[in-house]
Design a protein around this ligand. Structure first.
Ligand code: FES
Length: 105
């Protein structure tokens, strides 16, 4: 396997008038930047990949992050959550329960 973990961060942007909103408008780009910075700080870049994604079809829960291979979905993620996701989930193997999207569990 190329990477131990692969994170997809929704950065989809919709017209501000669209009632669905979008993860970009809720800060998805800053979330991806924070996750990437945390990976770099910990030297995990060789084993973990963080990619921008289009709409992951969980718009109401955004900003949305999905972690594979586990298929764990996080919603309402903020940049300040990045360190906890990396430490708890990626390093210690314990998903951050408080951030999981309940309907996808
Ligand atoms: S806009 Fe992010 S999940 Fe749809």
């Amino acid at each position: 396997m190329r990477f131990e973990h692969h994170l997809f961060v929704c950065e989809n942007r919709r017209d501000p008038a669209d009632p669905r909103g979008s993860c970009a408008a809720r800060g998805g780009e800053a979330v991806r930047a924070a996750l990437k910075a945390e990976m770099k700080r910990r030297g995990l870049e060789a084993t973990t990949r963080v990619n921008a994604a289009g709409c992951l079809d969980a718009c109401a829960d955004g900003p949305t992050v999905v972690v594979y291979p586990e298929g764990v979905w996080y919603g309402g993620v903020k940049p300040e959550d990045a360190a906890e996701i990396v430490e708890s989930h990626l390093v210690r193997g314990h998903p951050v329960e408080r951030l999981r999207i309940k309907r996808f569990r």
